[in-house]
Design a protein around this ligand. Sequence first.
Ligand code: NAD
Length: 529
Amino acid sequence: MSMEASQYDNELTYQTYRENDDLEAFHEAYDGAVQSIKADLGESYPLRIDGKPVTTDRSFSVDSPGDTTRQIGTFAVGDSSEVDDAVAAATAAQPAWEAMDPSSRAELCTRVADQLRDRKFEFAATLSLENGKTRIEAMADVDEAIDFLEFYSREITAADGYRFDTGEPTPGQHTTNLLRPYGVFGVISPFNFPLAILVGMTTGALITGNTVVLKPAEATPLVAHKVMDLFEEAGIPDGVLNLVTGDGPTTGQPLVEHEAVDGIAFTGSRAVGVGIERTFQELGKRGPVIAELGGKNPVIVSDEADLDAAVNGVMKGAFSFAGQKCSATSRVYVYENIVDSFTDRLVEETENLVVGQPTDRETFVSPLIDDEAVDRYREISTQARSDGTVLTGGSVISDSDLPDGRYVEPTVVTEIPHEHSLAREEHFVPFVTIHPVSGLDAGIEKSNDSEFGLCAGLFSEDESEIEQWFDEIEAGMCYVNRKQSATTGALVQAQPFGGWKFSGTTGKFAGGYWYLQQFMREQSRTRVR
Ligand code: NAD
């Protein structure tokens, strides 16, 4: 028997327009926003410390993945000196921020959510241009950010800031038990959900009474500035939320190492996340490293599966946002008696996918984020050709109909041993390997034979297979018969997001009921009367 949770209504913008038979209005609003964002690109942006703009003598430029001739902007680089200033501002602002009633912090975050809802098309257009998401993917990123803000606001308010009067355990002793913030959090975010994940981690830290120094991914600083605007317009006090931009070694590392930074909320690659944990240990830092890391997400296709659903689910899971999701489907274990028919259909449907500009309505596979990702794609495609069979894809696209962007073909590979690095490591490009298996036990064994444990999928209509799989699969997010995507796409509250093993450090998931408490530590207070 399980307890029922009170329903949270997710922001579902695209679906709502579709249900209201009003998709033209969605497209019109998005296309209009793209035009006006394009007109505003190319500015210079400072750091934002203690409520003030701070310029430095170093900067970096960001271009648009779909058209690298388009400049997004020039952004100041903050190094250890500016990180010091930002941490000092956050430290000074923290006591007053903690002293605020939790419901007032929640009201501020709700105001940010309201603003974001009003400006959702502007934010979606910014994401398409800066990070290369299609309109539907970009709007889902915006929706999720709104959900994080509202869900965490609701939770902290319902919990009254996590404070319990525990009465008089023995005569004369009056006790209170409460959670208190650690102090100052560094929030370090990835490029691939540059709005939702950035907002989710930042809100988690702030709403629990911590102050924040935020370091967004170097590919996506513009949307971070727009988030700062929202918080400032909502009235966040100076110093409570500070923004320093720059790359990992220059800006992120000093933030992690700073002695006055009590905890880190990080989402990104396993290598960097594990490095941050190690730094905390080496420096003897005691606060939490709340880290969501990579994945190598397996799917099993049983001979009891609806093959249409399986083909569609694997294709969408592997190739939406060009495979640049931690939850992307990347290895597929198919019962050997159907592996040929499954693979043929997957290849056929993959070849029909439209690779194109993120802002074009019909695009499904969007461009890669940076040149390093294109190089990685080239490298693994070459390796796949020599060590296995590339059935479709494997090439960088140079098409005169497309602008000068980072476009690559969605790639399906077979004949790669399960033990091969192509089937074990995360590559973060549109690349999936197919492996025959003798049945469910073998499929589960191979699925679990990974250091990652983020998402997993199963396609089967057989109830006993489904039950066995749910019981034995080692993954944080498990999806059965998900035609819309075998492993990607999670809703705040209903599908909390996080990983087992090397896919996460805490076992508590973003958008779930046990997320916020991680930003706090317990204190019991006893007074004798
Ligand atoms: P990344 O690890 O390269 O970078 C993430 C952030 O860490 C960036 O802001 C980067 O500048 C910073 N960074 C890099 N080196 C650093 C250092 N030495 N010290 C401090 N900060 C440093 O990741 P990415 O390429 O931006 O994102 C893709 C990765 O994120 C993938 O591995 C993906 O699986 C993972 N991811 C996980 C989840 C999840 O919820 N589990 C969600 C999204 C992305």
